[in-house]
Design a protein around this ligand. Structure first.
Ligand code: SF4
Ligand code: SF4
Length: 304
């Protein structure tokens, strides 16, 4: 399975439409989207245009504290216009005037990490999950995913309960080790799947979230390591590799005897087609589309 991660915080409908269209024609199976009606509609339009009637959709929400629900905000009074944020943003969410396009911001914090004056803060933007999640399942979404790397256990339990009540084909837990050790990671997963039927839950084993900026073994090492930790726990779940995934991920996972169900690729998948997607004449320029599809196809094939 190849899952294209458009970004839980990516709310740019036209950008998502182009991305999904390219990867749908390249053979991707699952499209991971922000839990917004207009984004789902946009992705559906793209798969329909591509003639793909096998596509599955996954929507993601996060608990309080998880970086996937954060957005960058600039304090102008502290900004010295050095443009570090502009250069380091992987999603073209910072304009040359040093204004952030909230719809494009995926909360990766690369801008704030590179800001020399502390002018950028990361703020949380939650969704009305009680309303939006049932809507998604009733409108063709097969997988509901929860990003759980925050400290608010009440929020985690409330959101997970709503996901289970929606009865999606699969519930998915996205987890990494940035803030917690292996023991806490496994405890959270075990508690969450304790009342799930076997093999109705996907664990998205994130190495380092949103870190797939390069196509080498080192970048994907932590994704494979995280998958191994889940695998060694012998849980009745499917394992999806993520967080630093690229064209080397499957190869390394196979060498390490990881029995994975799929590979989810976000940063790297978006980066390799970025120059084509952002072109003004994208929909008219078939040659350009074909170039992007071939590049995407190469990645999808290597991730099997
Ligand atoms: S670097 Fe990341 S957090 Fe900052 S604006 Fe770009 S997408 Fe948002
Ligand atoms: S990195 Fe910080 S100081 Fe530099 S342009 Fe961006 S917000 Fe301003």
């Amino acid at each position: 399975m190849f899952k294209l991660v458009c970004g839980a915080g990516n709310e740019d409908a036209e950008y998502v439409k182009r991305l999904v269209y390219i990867y749908s024609l390249a053979g991707a199976n699952i499209f991971d989207l922000s839990a917004r009606k207009e984004i789902l509609n946009s992705a559906k339009e793209a798969v329909s245009l591509s003639g793909n009637n096998q596509a599955s959709f996954c929507v993601s929400i996060g608990i309080k504290g998880d970086k996937h629900i954060k957005k960058a905000v600039i304090n102008d009074s502290k900004c010295i216009k050095c443009q570090n944020c502009l250069r380091n943003c992987p999603n073209d969410a910072v304009y040359s005037s040093i204004i952030i396009d909230e719809k494009r911001c995926i909360g990766c914090s690369k801008c704030s990490d590179s800001c020399p004056t502390g002018a950028i803060s990361m703020t949380e933007k939650d969704v009305n999950y009680r309303e939006i999640l049932p809507y998604m399942v009733n409108n063709g979404v097969d997988i509901l995913e929860l990003h759980i790397m925050g400290n608010d256990i009440n929020d985690l339990e409330n959101k997970w309960k709503v996901i289970i009540e929606c009865n999606p084909k699969f519930a998915s837990i996205c987890i990494d080790r940035e803030n917690f050790g292996n023991k806490e990671v496994l405890n959270r997963i075990k508690s969450m799947i304790s009342y799930r039927n076997p093999y109705t839950t996907i664990i998205q084993a994130d190495g380092i979230p949103m870190s797939g900026a390069a196509d080498d073994y080192k970048t994907t090492l932590q994704a494979v390591a995280m998958a191994e930790i889940i695998q060694n726990a012998n849980l009745p779940v499917y394992i999806m590799l993520s967080g630093g995934t690229n064209s080397k991920t499957s190869e390394l996972a196979k060498l390490c005897n990881i029995n994975y169900w799929g590979v989810a690729v976000g940063s790297w998948a978006r980066k390799i087609v970025k120059q084509y997607i952002s072109n003004d004449d994208f929909w008219e320029n078939i040659t350009l589309q074909e170039k992007a599809i071939n590049i995407a196809k190469n990645l999808v094939e290597k991730c099997q």
